[in-house]
Design a protein around this ligand. Structure first.
Ligand code: AME
Ligand code: ZN
Ligand code: ZN
Length: 354
């Protein structure tokens, strides 16, 4: 196959760069940025986002939370900017790859004849970033105005625990100034026709055990109750003590907050979200996220957050080899956000906003 000027192949059932939907081409461009740990090229992402802000004619703010760790915020001001805003959050980093297990280069964004785009971050979560951007682009082009302000936030370092990203930023005065009322962040694909929404998360506990002379091992608990966690820590303490006085342990992640976001019909944010989905004939499955995302930091400061990546009919491949997303699923997701964003931005003033 001959590569076209975009670096992609002209496959039989695939589309050339010329006939490809521009949102798909933008997605593939973003996937090619090597924002991969352990040394993500965040400068490339910042440059890309600058270009997007320029195209969307949105003001952009950059806050360097730690050296080299910048949070970018684009703001589409609503007609009533005093009301609480809507946050559309995504992280820019991706997890490493083992190239020997990939069918195609993980940063080439190869599209096969079925329209499946293979790349690290295609599900987690560069798709959602592009879907937010493209939905806003279309809404603006259609001449929409929103009542509530919408912020697009792009954060670094989610994949390494969020300390130099969202964990610190939620306590920054620039975060508080955003006056957020409701947040959307990442979810997971769903292999069925339904879409999964996440209203809570498991608490991550990452622990480094220093045990000179013998190897340690990590444990993963299926259940997540406070009692079990306490028991678990006692066990670690006991093991370390038994192993010797020089054996110590230190938590690299120990999240304790268990805030859940309301999915009651009486909740105005959930009602707006779920009604818009219903209008689009989407079936929603409510779940607790089986791992941890930046939503835990948003919920920990008392804000409601729903984890949602609109990828149905898609195997769950986050962090997996050969992660891919079909271009049609990507495009449908943009249409979904085109309805969801105005619905959320139209939630009438809440009692505490009057
Ligand atoms: C404790 S921070 C975890 C960050 C990341 N979350 C996801 C959803 O990929 C992970 O599980 O590796
Ligand atoms: Zn993610
Ligand atoms: Zn991830």
């Amino acid at each position: 196959m001959l590569p076209d000027k975009d670096g992609s192949e002209l496959g039989s059932g695939g589309s050339s760069a010329e006939s490809e939907h521009p949102s798909v081409s933008l997605f593939r461009q973003y996937l090619r940025l090597r924002t991969v740990h352990p040394e993500p090229d965040y400068d490339a992402a910042l440059k890309f986002l600058d270009r997007i802000a320029n195209e969307l004619e949105l003001p952009v703010k950059k806050i360097e939370v730690f050296p080299g760790r910048v949070v970018t915020i684009m703001t589409w001001e609503g007609t009533n900017p005093k009301l609480k805003s809507i946050l559309l959050n995504s992280h820019t980093d991706v997890v490493p790859v083992f190239p020997e297990h990939w069918k195609y280069d993980a940063f080439r964004a190869f599209k096969d004849a079925e329209g499946n785009i293979y790349a690290r971050g295609s599900q987690d979560m560069k798709c959602v970033t592009i879907q937010y951007i493209e939905a806003i682009r279309r809404l603006k082009a259609e001449g929409h105005t929103l009542t509530r302000t919408v912020h697009l936030m792009f954060v670094p370092d989610e994949e390494v625990g969020g300390h130099k990203g969202m964990e610190t930023f939620v306590n920054h005065q620039e975060f508080h100034k955003l006056n957020i009322g409701f947040a959307l962040d990442e979810g997971l694909a769903n292999p069925t026709d339904a879409f999964t929404v996440f209203y809570g998360e498991r608490n991550p506990w990452w622990i480094n055990i220093h045990c000179p002379g013998s190897p340690g091992h990590g444990s993963r608990f299926v259940e997540n109750t406070a009692a079990e966690k306490l028991e678990f820590e006692c066990q670690i303490k006991k093991w370390c003590k038994e192993a010797g006085d020089d054996v110590t342990y230190k938590f690299a992640q120990k999240h304790m907050d268990q805030n859940m976001t309301s999915t009651e019909d009486s909740d105005p944010w959930w009602s707006a979200f779920s009604s818009a989905c219903k209008e689009m004939n989407m079936v929603l499955e409510k779940e607790i996220f089986p791992a941890a995302t930046d939503s835990r930091f948003i919920r920990a400061v008392g804000l409601p957050a729903i984890g949602f990546s609109p990828m149905n009919r898609t195997p769950i491949l986050l962090h997996d080899h050969n992660e891919f997303l079909n271009e049609q699923v990507l495009l449908r997701g943009i249409s979904i956000y085109q309805k969801l964003i105005p619905a959320l931005a139209s939630v009438p003033a809440l009692p505490d906003e009057k």
